[in-house]
Design a protein around this ligand. Sequence first.
Ligand code: AMP
Length: 373
Amino acid sequence: MKILVLNTGSSSVKYRLFDGTDTEAKGLIERIGEPGGDASDHTEALQRVMESVDLNGLGAVGHRVVHGGSKFGSATVIDDEVVQSVEDLVPLAPLHNPPALSGIAVARKLLPEVPQVAVFDTAFHQSIPADGVAYAIDADLASRWQIRRYGFHGTSHAYVARETAALLGRPVEDTKVITLHLGNGASACAVDGSRSVATSMGMSPLAGLVMGTRSGDLDPTVIFHLHRVAGLSLDEIEHSLTRNAGLQGLTGDNDMRTIQRRRDEGDEAATLAFDVYCRRLKEYVGTYLAVLGGADAITFTAGVGENVPAVRAAALDGLAGLGIVVDPDRNARGERIISAEGSAVTVCVVATDEEAEIARQVEARLSPEPAKQ
Ligand code: AMP
């Protein structure tokens, strides 16, 4: 099936046209609405996409949507009701759902005959049991304000877990994997038989691992203290924890390449940031080994996970007692399997491909019989 995958962000549209598993075209419209940008608004940006690709025989459009709340556990054919539900979820994802909604509205208008399917970042994590998503806070407040863990990067974790099982030559239903998506945003996931059973991001993508510019886990008292004692407003605190924390907060740089270079030069802040980043990863690996009762594999993916041997080595250093041994040469060469012979847990490096996973889910949703909503 020919499928156009759209990832519409606040100022960009990323697109990729698939014919089966082949990529026919791809591109990026950037700096939408900015002076000198590629398009003045989302309508113009989407029009550009449609003009630049051959839409003959297009079977579907797949839209990446960040937040599907508690409602969407799988890829969903878009109708007015689904659009309304994604709109209702805007308070939970104020930065991410509105641009996706623009993308959906324009694509539906320009291609009214073509089925449009939403693939949610949160959907894969809907299988996490209740004890893994509930926060231990006032239950009435939580239920009234939809406060719970949702988790994100689900499309990537689903893809990488399946690829890992294939790499191991095992049926995915019978494979336990810890997936570590380490990009500018980062999250860990425990996958048991292709079902997510735990993940590190929470109600928002701010929780969990140390990221490029986000803090990951911290004591909520930090927020009260910054407000009451340091006098920062809630908006300033949010900005600080999401844009000026993580590697950026610790060093002034958010890119792991720069951190590595500075660390090599003996820079103390970069060394500490690297250590904090890797220690947090190790803590999550330990937690998820316990959640899963042992894992068959641990898989690194995304910008840092795929490209930085030092992070992979440090995150799993000293875990021989848990059956995890990384082979330094395989790791340095960036092989797909980097664990040593005899390591009980196989350690893998897999390139993630969220667009391919979206296309796969769209196709699965629409075949062999038309989707019912
Ligand atoms: P992603 O969000 O998956 O595109 O990952 C982006 C992040 O990956 C960047 O901010 C860098 O920190 C990191 N990254 C990408 N490529 C490399 C590389 N070759 N070496 C070190 N870090 C990299």
